[in-house]
Each structure stands twice: as structure tokens, then as C-alpha cells.
Design a protein around this ligand. Structure first.
Ligand code: URA
Ligand code: SF4
Length: 260
């Protein structure tokens, strides 16, 4: 085999492996209908909710967490959780990261992305010149799937309304979806992260106020940790740089850079 063909074969294999690793088959074969948003909150009425003040947003998120999520028993994941993991950050954030679901460290603390993957996500955010307090970080499901398995479609469906309502309250400019479950779930597609990452997408009209929000899918930090190659890291960094440009953020000062 000549070098080109060899390289092509390797690239193809990597593409397939990547989708497999990221759980490309987790959605049913048909285009799935979006779960109904069940809520009594005014934010999910027929009209796009009016923009709230930062204080109102903070109060709405707090109420959603304390009055609904913490006591939720809508799916089986409640039986094995230690803490629910609502998400955290700026209630008025322009940028929201959506992961998959809590792992062991998150379940133990009640905070999103605080384990190894969380350390990497924190570094990614800081490389953008931001802090965790500047953005909002949450997950598709608020309770840990046992053994860190991928959340099942019925669990994602059960938890869906909470995520939708979080997004309606925050109403960010940009969503970064981390890995397949959040990318495929929020974009309502079966196309895998390998093909979608790095390309701007628009959020479908999942609920009033959410249609058209810009979405940048990128690899999940857990995947980056497993595939810690210059290629994978470079792709994630290029995705984040596109987000920074879109948000009008100055390029982060790198080592040796001459400043802003
Ligand atoms: N992985 C996720 O998807 N979410 C977390 O909160 C932690 C790890
Ligand atoms: Fe409720 Fe979501 Fe936890 Fe399931 S994962 S029990 S829907 S909060």
C-alpha cells in the first residue's frame, strides 16, 4: 500500500472509531420526536419569554434547581444518585457548555465537571480567557448514570424539560455541545460529532426563545483525555477559537504573545 492510501485508511478507521467511542449509536434509528417540554413555568408559554434581568434569571434558575430538580424522581437515575447536578455559572452567560451527565466526582459534590474531564474543561475555558464563573456549565441529565454509562434515550427525555428551561432562562448567544449526546440531542440529529464538530449549527425551535441560537459542537473533554493527540486537541482549540471570535473575545494571550 502506498503512503497516501495508508493514510486514508487510517483516517477512515479513526473516523469510525471516533463515532463508536462517542456512542454514535445511542439514538434510535428513526429521526426521534423531541420530548414534550413539561412545565408550569411562564418561561415555556406559547410566546417567546421576555428577556429577564440577571437577578430574575438567577432566581428562576435557583427555584428550578431547589424546587424541582433536587427532588426529581422522573427517571430511574434518581435511585442511584447521591446529589443532583443542576449546573452552575453565570445565570446570564452568553456562553453555555452542555455535557452528557454527572460522573462520580460530580455525583459526590453536586457540581458539574469537577473530575478529570472537568479539569480539562476548566483549562479550555481559561484558555479562552474566561473563567467558569463567566459561563454556564450543565449536562443533558442531572443525575449520574451508574458506571458512567451513556444516558439512555428515556433518561434524556425525562430530564429534557430541565435543560430546555435552563436554556430559556439563560438564553445564551452560543451553546457549545460536548460530545454526541448533547450534540445529537439538542440538534435533533443522528449525525456524529466527528462530522459536526467545528461547524456552526443553529438550535432548532426546541421551545419558545431557543430557535436559532448558535451551536458549536466539539469533542467531549473525556474523549480528548482518551485521545490526547495534537490532532484532537488542535481541533477542540480551533472550535473554541471560532466561539471566541463569534463572541468578540480577544484571542487569549499565549506564551510569547505580545499581548492584546
Ligand atoms: N462529564 C460530563 O459530561 N459532565 C460532567 O459534569 C462531568 C463529566
Ligand atoms: Fe429527574 Fe433528570 Fe435525575 Fe432523571 S436524571 S431523576 S429526570 S433530574
Amino acid at each position: 500500500m502506498n503512503e497516501d492510501a495508508d493514510q486514508l485508511a487510517r483516517a477512515a478507521r479513526q473516523l469510525i472509531d471516533t463515532d463508536d467511542l462517542l456512542g454514535g449509536g445511542f439514538l434510535p434509528a428513526e429521526h426521534h420526536p423531541l420530548p414534550e417540554v413539561q412545565t408550569s413555568a411562564p418561561a415555556a408559554g406559547a410566546e417567546a419569554p421576555a428577556e429577564m434581568t440577571p437577578a430574575q434569571k438567577a432566581a428562576m434558575l435557583k427555584a428550578l434547581d431547589e424546587e424541582e430538580v433536587r427532588t426529581c424522581t422522573l427517571c430511574g437515575l434518581h435511585r442511584t444518585r447521591t446529589h443532583t447536578v443542576f449546573g452552575e455559572g453565570d445565570p446570564s452567560a452568553a456562553l453555555v457548555f452542555v455535557g452528557e451527565g454527572p460522573g462520580a466526582d460530580e455525583d459526590a459534590t453536586g457540581r458539574p465537571f469537577v473530575g478529570r474531564a472537568g479539569e480539562l474543561l476548566t483549562k479550555m475555558i481559561e484558555a479562552m480567557g474566561l473563567t467558569r464563573q463567566d459561563v454556564f456549565i450543565c449536562n443533558m441529565v442531572k443525575c449520574r448514570p451508574p458506571g458512567n454509562r451513556t444516558p439512555a434515550p428515556d433518561e434524556i427525555a425525562a430530564c429534557w424539560s430541565y435543560l430546555i428551561r435552563q436554556l430559556q432562562i439563560i438564553r445564551p448567544k452560543v451553546l457549545v455541545t460536548l460530545g454526541n449526546p448533547s450534540t445529537q440531542g439538542l440538534l435533533n440529529t443522528r449525525v456524529g460529532i466527528t462530522r459536526l464538530r467545528g461547524q456552526w449549527q443553529k438550535l432548532p425551535e426546541l421551545a419558545p426563545g431557543l430557535g436559532g441560537i448558535d451551536v458549536m459542537p466539539t469533542f467531549h473533554p473525556s474523549y480528548v483525555l482518551r485521545q490526547y493527540t495534537p490532532d484532537v486537541r488542535g481541533k477542540v482549540w480551533s472550535d473554541l477559537q471560532a466561539v471566541m471570535k463569534h463572541l468578540g473575545l480577544a484571542p487569549a494571550a499565549r506564551k510569547g504573545a505580545t499581548g492584546r
